[in-house]
Design a binder for this molecule. Structure first.
Ligand SMILES: Nc1ncnc2c1ncn2[C@@H]1O[C@H](COP(=O)(O)OP(=O)(O)OP(=O)(O)O)[C@@H](O)[C@H]1O
Ligand SMILES: [Mg+2]
Length: 264
């Protein structure tokens, strides 16, 4: 896997604990010490349009815009490896096991956070994740053979990359309701204070940028209804999230943004 020996030596006073990796293939570690940090490391290349440099730039911009995100401690790369060291966001992720009686308030907090994020004036955001950028990028990823066809949503299980590309072209929305989106707004990427249920921060912002609000609504409601990944929630929680958010999204747009996510 990734050669991070140099980084390990620099933070040798910390205890390195691997965090179960997400889908990007990046390595993530929690570094326990004073203070503690998180390290994300990846091959020094763009992976599906993502880079740790891009993630660090987004963290800095979001922070300056008042969005709670970790602080960048360092971001750099050598010939082989890129890495990102950040401060720790306190709290527990929304994907943790929360007591059932707190689910309603937790979902309301997620919706309030999403609403606040989406009220940042899109014109101030330098990161473009509109369809003019993401659809061609998705096509390039498919052409390069980089779509993980073994990890498709159930409704597309067994599809070929060509079929995904054809469906993407056939269902691309004609218009976009542009806001500042997180870009991968799923339960494990949001942390909350266990006492107050306030959102303490979001992580994994490598795909943040200007996009249709359904980019975030589609992935959060999918996360809330994924019986496999987050069985503690369910459709009633997803409905509550949208009601609290306050916009009833177009179902065909929701379907499109979930399809688009298959490519990344
Ligand atoms: N700065 C941080 N503070 C608190 N928790 C963090 C931080 N960075 C990462 N984590 C934890 O580590 C997990 C994995 O990190 P992250 O989401 O950035 O990587 P990933 O999911 O592997 O990336 P990707 O989704 O791009 O594949 C997060 O879900 C979160 O629980
Ligand atoms: Mg993640």
């Amino acid at each position: 896997m990734i050669h991070i020996e140099r980084l390990r030596r620099r933070y040798s006073g910390h205890e390195w604990e691997p965090v179960e990796a997400g889908r990007s293939g990046a390595g993530v570690w929690r570094l326990t010490g004073t203070p503690s940090y998180f390290v994300k490391a990846d091959g020094n290349r763009d992976h599906a349009g993502l880079s740790l440099r891009g993630e660090a730039e987004r963290l800095a911009w979001l922070r300056a815009s008042g969005v709670p995100v970790p602080e960048v401690v360092e971001q750099d790369a050598d010939d082989d490896v890129a890495w990102l060291v950040t401060t720790v966001v306190p709290g527990r992720t929304a994907a943790d096991d929360w007591p059932r009686e707190r689910h309603g308030a937790l979902v309301d907090a997620l919706a309030g956070f999403t609403r606040d994020l989406h009220t940042i004036p899109a014109g101030t955001c330098p990161f473009d994740r509109t369809l003019a950028v993401t659809v061609p990028e998705a096509r390039e990823i498919a052409e390069a053979g980089l779509v993980d066809l073994d990890d498709l949503d159930d409704e597309r299980a067994g599809w070929s990359a060509d079929r995904l590309v054809a469906e993407l072209a056939a269902t691309t929305p004609a218009s976009e309701d542009l806001v500042v989106c997180h870009g991968d707004l799923c339960l494990p990427n949001v942390l909350l204070d266990p006492e107050t249920l306030r959102v303490t921060g979001v992580v994994d912002v490598g795909r943040a940028g200007v996009a249709d609000r359904c980019q975030d609504l589609a992935l959060m409601t999918r996360s809330l209804t994924s019986g496999e990944l987050n069985p503690q929630y369910g459709p009633a929680c997803a409905d509550r999230f949208l009601a609290r958010y306050g916009v009833a999204p177009d179902p065909s747009k929701i379907a499109f943004y979930r399809l688009l996510d298959e490519f990344f």
